[in-house]
Design a protein. Structure first.
Length: 400
């Protein structure tokens, strides 16, 4: 037992001496000394020599690169609080052209998308039967006129004969009745001729309004009956939007107010004007329809396009505002990323009005007023680039 204790004590002395010798050698050569726990032997390497565990050198973090277009220099702007409105464009005036007489469509002169003017001939129905009817009514009128003329002569002659006492008074009464019947027959023939001429004129279908052909419902050669749809025409010179507005906000809406709208397919926003308000709320939504008119010179806009915008109800000038994409919110705090002294910093802000329809720097949409936390001239990160490292070095690359 004593021999074993002596052996362990000797091994510990040898290990301590070896560690001291290696530390001294490393200090003389400039290499880091290996560290081992006291009382433990170094683990042999595969080649039989002790393995020295080198500590990894710390690495510096890479800087964050930004393009010029990612940064915005804050300047005082005008901001407006608005009520969001959405709706679909529809033509203020539109007409559904229907056939007024029965017959075969001989001619259809216009197609979808083609402009027409009021009174322009757009279709023709076979007039053959109607022309023959006019000729027949004209003959009937001539016959009725001849009979009336004969009845007038007979009445005049009988009047003279009664005065001279050659015929009885009853003969004059009969002549008067015949004259009245002939007059009625002539008037009826005139009315029938006018109706026949009207039907003949109705075989030529004309546009009731100026506008653009929206749809054709028949083709040449088809037979139509009265009230058959032929064409639909829309007047695109004035466009209208029916937009729902919450009943709680309707008190701030008045006819004549301007509305800034962004329309599907249009790069630039359009300005509309409130024309009228609906008389009651819509069932289920508790919203009131508001009708917005838009001038459409050149018919650049089309019915059916989607529009959304802001109805301005409050405006402020000279305020500091940031793009909606720049604002971050986390754990109840609002902040933006700014660049100060070449570093990325988080700046807490207090926000105010929101202008969802404003065009933000960099081409986005939406501005948010900053009541406290930022001032003019500061540079902030405008787009949402995700979570950035506060304190990281910022490198700005010029746009190519």
């Amino acid at each position: 037992m004593k021999t074993r204790h002596l052996f362990l004590a000797l091994a510990a002395v040898l290990v301590a001496a070896a560690v001291g010798w290696l530390a001294g050698r490393a200090q003389r050569s400039g290499a880091p000394a290996p560290t081992q726990a006291a009382g433990q032997a170094a683990s042999p390497s595969p080649s039989g020599s002790p393995a020295a565990a080198a500590a990894p050198a710390p690495q510096s973090e890479a800087p964050l690169e930004f393009a010029d277009t990612d940064l915005v220099v804050l300047q005082p702007v005008r901001i407006t609080r608005g009520i969001p409105v959405t709706g679909t464009l529809k033509a203020t005036e539109q007409s559904l052209v229907r056939a007024k007489v029965a017959g075969e469509v001989r001619e259809l002169r216009v197609r979808e998308g083609q402009s027409v003017s009021a009174g322009q001939l757009i279709a023709r129905i076979d007039p053959t039967d109607f022309e023959a009817r006019v000729v027949e009514r004209e003959a009937q009128l001539r016959s009725a006129a001849a009979q009336l003329e004969q009845a007038q002569r007979t009445f005049a002659q009988n009047t003279q004969l009664v005065e001279r006492g050659f015929i009885a008074r009853s003969a004059l009464d009969n002549a008067a009745s015949a004259l009245e019947a002939a007059t009625g027959a002539r008037d009826a023939a005139q009315a029938q001729l006018a109706s026949a001429r009207k039907a003949l004129a109705d075989t030529a279908v004309v546009s009731p309004i100026g506008g653009v052909v929206a749809e054709r419902f028949v083709q040449p050669g088809e037979k139509v009956s009265p009230d058959t749809r032929i064409l639909s025409i829309v007047d695109l010179s004035r466009i209208e939007i029916e937009a729902p507005v919450p009943a709680a906000e309707i008190a701030a809406v008045r006819p004549g107010q301007t509305v800034r709208l962004r329309i599907e397919g249009e790069r630039e926003p359009r300005e509309g004007r409130i024309l009228r308000l609906g008389p009651s709320t819509a069932a289920g939504t508790r919203s009131i329809p508001v009708y917005i008119g838009i001038d459409n010179p050149g018919a650049a806009l089309r019915a059916g396009q989607f529009a959304q915008g802001q109805l301005a109800v409050e405006s402020r000038d000279g305020v500091i505002a940031v793009p909606e994409s720049a604002l971050r919110e986390r754990a109840g705090r609002s902040y933006v990323y700014a660049i100060e002294a070449g570093k990325v910093v988080e700046k807490d802000v207090v926000t105010g009005l929101r202008d969802a329809g404003a065009i933000a720097p960099g081409g986005g949409s939406g501005l948010i007023e900053v009541v406290r936390g930022l001032s003019a001239g500061e540079r902030i990160v405008a787009p949402n680039l995700g979570s950035l490292r506060a304190g990281a070095t910022a490198v700005v690359r010029p746009a190519r």
